[in-house]
Design a protein around this ligand. Structure first.
Ligand code: GUN
Ligand code: ZN
Length: 430
């Protein structure tokens, strides 16, 4: 008999998608709720009293009025940029050249990559994030480092070797052939091993030649159940550069499409400045886009149009985009998504923000049948939020008129102090 633990508190429950249906009908908070964990899985979710009666032998962990949520899922990050987060004053291309590429070069040292991978996962776990989808560097050993570090912590993870064969410095370029060969070896080593998913990872069109994009498109036809992650239409200058590099392309998305990189299981970071054709094509293809709000304000990229993209039924994930993003916290990221919604005149509700940071991100990564929701049969990745974690939040929380009002204060003002406890695959990591 596997050990059973019964977590008691307020519980967050989803019965639909609050971006396409009213949030009141799709997202629920049950006071006096319970989540029964058996081994690595969630065995039952329901009323505390009922679960106590039906499972009297379970060890009880009572969180009082804290909120038991699915672990946060950060759908687009660069773990190698951990040590350069919050670097001042540049926009995308200069920021890459000045801060990112020199730091990514350092991760060619496998010992340094292991150090950063462990540091990164510890920082994100402390922020309640249980799964990330990360770019590594061009070094295959940097991919091993993040998959190893996740396995040591029992975490579900998506990652891939970043491929770049142009417009990057010496020491940070591969070739079309070596990107294909190395990615294939890494897929065979990691994809589906334990809780690992491999994502084929061309960085973006400016740093991948058409030959490299074609090679990775061919690899994806051989390993169809992998993900493919890249960047799309983040800054205006970047889009102009793509147009210069690929003059025959109809638009930025077309530079991926012509190499078979636009389909179900493709995950495009940013997707801010899209043309109507790109939006239609994304909607037809089943590909996902990932909103990275702290990055978009920090690097000065623009305002993602969540309401419009969601209305086209394009799956949307939420992400920090560390270290272009300025925080490891998905609470801070939800706050920034709210602020961008306000600037666009379409404020997002707390229920929608919580869904995006969990089930929505999981769906964008095709992991929505495994993580991101508290329900029977899901993996037991759980984050417990203290809704009065600082004096400033407590006094606001004491004045709240509803649980949603209270939760919204933690979303807007909370940080790692709001993370009361974290469970990964049924193991308490608090
Ligand atoms: N576009 C290509 N590479 C990157 C990156 O590392 N961060 C961000 N924000 N955008 C990118
Ligand atoms: Zn990115």
């Amino acid at each position: 008999m596997k050990t059973q633990t019964l977590l008691l508190g307020q519980t967050l429950r989803f019965t639909g998608n609050p971006l396409s249906d009213p949030w009141e009908e799709t997202v629920h908070i049950d006071s006096d709720g319970g989540v029964l964990i058996e081994g690595a899985q969630i065995k039952a979710v329901g009323r505390a009293d009922d679960l106590r009666k039906t499972h009297p032998q379970a060890t009880v962990q009572d969180y009082g009025d804290r909120l038991i949520c699915p672990g946060f899922v950060d759908a687009h990050v660069h773990y190698p940029q951990t040590a350069i987060i919050a670097s001042w004053g540049k926009r995308l291309i200069d920021w890459l050249n000045s801060y990112t590429f020199p730091e990514e070069m350092r991760l060619s040292d496998p010992a340094y990559a292991r150090d950063i991978a462990g540091r990164y996962l510890d920082l994100t776990l402390a922020n309640g994030t249980t799964t990330v989808c990360s770019f590594a560097t061009i070094a295959p050993t940097s991919v091993d480092a993040i998959f190893d570090a996740a396995a040591e912590r029992g975490q579900r993870i998506v990652a891939g070797k970043t491929c770049m064969d142009r417009n990057a410095p010496d020491g940070l370029r591969d070739t079309a052939q070596s990107a294909y060969d190395d990615s294939k070896k890494l897929i065979d080593r990691w994809h589906g091993k334990g809780r690992a998913t491999y994502a084929i990872t061309p960085r973006f069109t400016p740093t991948s030649t058409p030959e490299q994009l074609a090679a990775l498109g061919a690899l994806w036809t051989e390993r169809t159940d992998c993900l493919m992650q890249t960047h799309l239409s983040e800054q205006i200058d970047e889009i102009a550069w793509v147009q210069d590099l690929v003059p025959h392309a109809r638009d930025y998305l077309d530079t991926y499409e012509e190499h078979g990189l636009v389909r179900d299981r493709a995950v495009f970071g940013h997707a801010i400045h899209l043309t109507p054709r790109e939006i239609d094509r994304l909607a037809d293809s089943g590909a996902s886009v990932v909103h990275c709000p702290t990055s978009n304000t920090f690097i000065g990229s623009g305002l993602f149009d969540m309401a419009h993209i969601a209305a086209q039924q394009i799956p949307i994930g939420l992400a920090t985009d560390t270290g272009g993003g300025s925080s490891f916290s998905m609470l801070r990221t939800m706050a920034a998504a709210y602020e961008i919604g306000q600037l666009r005149g379409t404020p997002t509700h707390a229920a929608q923000l919580m869904w995006l940071a969990t089930a929505g991100s999981a769906r964008s990564l095709h992991l929505h049948e495994k993580i991101g929701t508290l329900a029977e049969g899901f993996e037991a990745d759980i984050t417990v939020l203290d809704l009065a974690s600082t004096p400033a939040i407590k006094q606001r929380s004491d004045n709240a008129h509803s649980i949603w009002d209270q939760l919204f204060a933690t979303i807007m003002m909370g940080d790692d102090r709001a993370i009361s406890d974290v469970w990964v695959n049924g193991v308490r990591r608090g």
